[in-house]
Design a protein around this ligand. Structure first.
Ligand code: XBP
Ligand code: MG
Length: 248
């Protein structure tokens, strides 16, 4: 089966955005008068746990339940958090991970189609692409499937299924890029082969269902390392190395 499309996760995969999400949550809590003594500050080790719940609104609700707190106005908090996050991303606070832009541009040039399947919100995806690749790069993607499109977020496969439907392709014709166990399950549960590039918050997770794990996609001056699975024997991942892996 030929490789026809690349489907990218966003947070942790295109970019290490989770610190920017975490800081936006904390600023939102602070602005709303929700204090550290009321447990409304999320440090890095707590956030690593909290990330196991995908989706910002779902994450806040899960935290309230675990900690037995009073339920705040989650929708309003999330709207403000999204505003802060987008301001920071548009100001250029987070770059793409090594090799991401290079591979996206190459795929486009050789006619391998592009899509996005994420649990984050649509404005966040637009801002990240716009700030890092430029105005108009959103149009390079034949499908951008986000939190707004689904009833059930990852690890449910719904978002990847919607991406396949919009692309009009079978799971076996696509390759997914993920950084988390929840994302990996979401893609592989419907048969999409998945390459994992672990991120700062997911480097301890189980990726045994992946086709391969590499440190990142690599640049000529920032070589990537093979971690597990199919060994592409490459220090930069390009469409040809992906095709070789895909055919095996
Ligand atoms: C990562 C997530 C997101 C972000 C927050 O999703 O779980 O919830 O942490 O984004 P993915 P929102 O890796 O699939 O992109 O606050 O917009 O939900
Ligand atoms: Mg992710």
């Amino acid at each position: 089966m030929a490789l026809k499309a690349l489907i990218f996760d966003v947070d942790g995969t295109l970019a290490e955005t989770e610190e920017c999400h975490r800081e936006a949550f904390n600023q939102t809590f602070q602005e709303a008068g929700m204090t550290a003594s009321q447990k409304w500050i999320w440090d890095q080790s707590l956030y690593r746990e909290l990330l196991k719940t995908t989706g910002g609104k779902e994450r806040m609700r899960a935290y309230v339940e675990t900690e037995n707190l009073e339920m705040p106005d989650v929708a309003a908090l999330h709207a403000r958090k999204t505003e802060i996050y987008n301001q920071n991303i548009l100001a250029g606070s987070v770059g793409l991970r090594p090799g991401v832009e290079r591979l996206i541009r190459e795929a486009r040039q050789v006619g391998v189609r592009l899509a996005i399947a994420t649990t984050t919100s649509l404005p966040n995806v637009h801002s990240l692409l716009q700030a890092n690749i430029g105005e108009g790069s959103v149009e390079w993607f034949d499908a951008i499937c986000t939190a707004e499109d689904v009833v059930r977020k990852k690890p449910d496969p719904e978002v990847f299924q919607i991406a396949l439907n919009q692309l009009g392709l079978k799971a076996s014709e696509c390759l997914a890029f993920e950084d988390s166990r929840n994302g990996l399950r979401s893609a592989t549960d419907i048969g999409i082969p998945t390459l994992v590039t672990p991120s700062i918050y997911t480097d301890d997770q189980d990726f045994s269902e992946s086709i391969a794990i590499v440190s990142h996609l690599g640049e000529p001056d920032i070589p990537c390392a093979h971690i597990a699975g199919f060994d592409m024997r490459a220090t930069t991942i390009n469409v040809n190395t992906l095709r070789t892996m895909f055919a095996n």
